[in-house]
Ligand binder design. Structure first.
Ligand code: NAD
Length: 377
């Protein structure tokens, strides 16, 4: 097949791990006689430096025209001034909104040989295989917000709301968490459909004891569940979910939750897998092509050293092959190749536990080699 793939390496280790993702895609194309064309575009801090815009129009247009998008990560200390008017993360949010990518799928699987890389006792990791379905284009990341401003001018300010004081005035800032019923319905349906392909259990995570938007969330999810009588539904408060993810992670199958809760819970869940460098994600919309990216950020602490773990990106490539290109055999081959290198003991430093390790490019080479070996066998 022919596919047009846009890459957005972004900043920091995003550049390093996307290079390995492209390496894998080229190897898949060669091995299975496909033609993949690649177009690299700017997003995030690098785009701010070059154009002043974290998501230049031509980048968004290229993503719209692509069959799939492979993204690295954006951000870094250079662009993290809280007073800055443009920030790399605005590019990320703009891309999600621009492509209407309302569903972010984050599978969490445990590789048996990496159990020791997790801070949890190995016995707790037995049977862990869950999928977080995170709502991606609504909630508090997209609601109205007000940056910190002197309280006297703000009608919502009261003397007790501002904890910071500047020149004797209370500072206030706010973000708004807003969800509509159709937004909740479409992500809930996505979760129930996915559960039907898995163990048929959905945990809907909210904060319905405090938040009005969560009460609507719970009401809509309960209603939608009636269309899926073969799937069991449980509701869980997000604080309780954070605790149970560590206490009994294997009980979860599909977790469906809002934008911010999903963001936080999946970072927590990455520790089950041993490292941020192991978790892939797929973002899907209604009819649009998908965006595939590791869940981690640009990791400024290790950027430029060639030691980032590229496996989250390589596993995102497997999701890209499966969901956007419907190349199921090729997707499985990439996942099997990752398993194979881990079985051989190949490790980047984040999962090496202080033992011998390889760099980013070497890990990518090893996965390509494993793919080749499997085809010759
Ligand atoms: P981070 O995910 O970049 O890093 C957290 C920790 O995990 C660091 O110690 C890092 O070294 C480690 N880590 C992450 N990915 C790794 C990998 N592939 N291999 C080995 N170790 C890895 O989170 P952060 O430090 O909170 O954020 C850094 C920057 O990234 C910030 O500017 C933040 O806004 C941005 N960020 C971007 C995205 C995105 O682009 N989707 C997501 C999260 C954070």
């Amino acid at each position: 097949m022919h596919a047009n793939i846009v890459t957005l390496p972004g900043d920091g280790i995003g550049v390093e791990v996307v290079a390995e993702g492209v390496k894998l895609l080229r190897a898949v194309a060669d091995a299975y006689c496909h033609t993949f064309t690649f177009g690299e575009h700017m997003m995030g801090g690098c785009a701010i430096d070059a154009t002043g815009d974290p998501l230049p129009d031509e980048t968004l247009a290229a993503c719209r025209a692509a069959d799939a998008v492979l993204l690295g990560a954006v951000g870094g200390p250079k662009w993290s001034d809280p007073a800055a008017e443009v920030r790399p993360e605005q590019g990320l949010l703009g891309l999600r909104k621009g492509l209407e990518l309302y569903a972010n799928l984050r599978p969490v699987q445990i590789y048996p040989m990496l159990r020791d890389a997790s801070p949890l006792h190995p016995s707790r990791l037995e049977g862990v295989d869950l999928m977080v379905v995170r709502e991606l284009t609504g909630g508090i990341y997209f609601g109205n917000r007000q940056e910190a401003a002197a309280g006297d001018d703000d009608p919502s300010a009261s003397p007790s709301t501002g904890s910071g004081q500047a020149s004797g005035q209370a500072l206030v800032a706010y973000d708004t968490m807003i969800y509509s019923a159709p937004e909740v319905e479409r992500i809930a349906r996505k979760a129930f459909e996915l559960a039907r392909l898995r163990r048929r259990h959905v945990t809907s995570v909210d904060k319905a004891n405090v938040l009005a938007s969560s009460r609507l969330w719970r009401q809509v999810v309960t209603e939608i569940a009636k269309d899926y009588p073969d799937v069991t539904l449980e509701h869980m408060l997000v604080d309780s979910a954070a605790m149970h993810l560590l206490r009994r992670p294997s009980d979860f199958d599909v977790i469906v939750t809002g934008n911010m809760f999903g963001d936080i819970l999946t970072d927590e869940a990455s520790m089950l897998a041993g490292s941020m460098g192991m978790l892939a994600s797929a973002s899907q919309g209604a009819g649009s092509n998908g965006v595939y990216e590791p869940i981690h950020g640009s990791a400024p602490d290790i950027a430029g050293q060639g030691i980032a773990n590229p496996l989250a990106t390589i596993l995102s490539v497997a999701l890209l092959l499966r969901y956007s290109l419907s190349l199921l055999t090729e997707a499985q081959a990439v996942e099997d190749a990752v398993l194979s290198v881990l079985e051989q003991g190949v490790r980047t430093p984040d999962i090496a536990g202080g033992g011998p390790s390889v760099g980013t490019a070497e890990m990518g080479d090893q996965v390509v080699a494993a793919l080749g070996r499997a085809l010759q066998a």
